[in-house]
Design a protein around this ligand. Sequence first.
Ligand code: 2AM
Ligand code: CA
Ligand code: CA
Ligand code: CA
Length: 273
Amino acid sequence: MGDEIQEYFKHALMVAKEAGERVKTDFYRNKNISVKENFADLVTETDTAVEELIVAKLKQRFPDHKFIGEEAVSAGGHCELTDSPTWIIDPIDGTTNFVHSVPHTCISIGLAVNKEIVAGIVHGPILGETFTAVKGHGAFCNDVKLSVSTIQDLKQGLVIIEGGTSRVPGVLDTKIANLKKVVENCHGIRAYGSAALDMCFVAKGSHEAYVEHGIHVWDIAAGKLIVEEAGGIVCDPSGDAVDLMSRRVLAACNKEIACQLSSIITNITLERD
Ligand code: 2AM
Ligand code: CA
Ligand code: CA
Ligand code: CA
């Protein structure tokens, strides 16, 4: 299986880079924008086209594999993670950044086998950074090996926490209350607008943690493995084991930081994927 996963990974990396060229071209053009659930939940023609490109290229090579893609699910498609090899795709993570010409935007491709992520690619075509991991083989950014931060005290940490695209009042109120508690307990907070890149910044060691409610499986599938292969941990914001379909995540450089962050966060339950 190890060799097979390497083969799957290499092919997916090629596809991600090809898709990245399309994202890069469109990034500098006028975008065709629509809204999904609310005025802040955006999608562009590029999101849909890039997802179709990635799925077509992977399907051609791996016809028996299954697929979960953000835009297909948004269009009413199935979002079920089975034991079969499943490609979990976010064609553009950071669509709002893409729309506003902010370079923090990426393509995220994770591969799950037996519901476990075994390969992950987060390709940022504008930033020129490609984060990768294959289970058991470490995490890399442009071929440089990644290691998480060694800071153990949250008060010395930098935490990524986002506003998200949900405008549901109850959810937003708790997110803002959490944001306040995090600000009070660390060096500072940051929000880059791309869940997948946020996870990679924890893997890279520049940030101690990332916590989010509202994300979907395609936002974090690849990033989860990249964080873990860099030596970090990914759990539920409650501190329990992570459930990729639960719409929430906490990534941290180590258990101490995860526990400290978890203890000040109020968890939010959202409708599952
Ligand atoms: P997207 O750009 O693929 O839609 C922005 O905070 C980050 O969270 C992006 O990675 C965005 O993914 C993702 N996201 C999308 N919908 C969200 C939601 N309802 N709550 C939180 N994050 C969301
Ligand atoms: Ca989206
Ligand atoms: Ca996303
Ligand atoms: Ca997306």
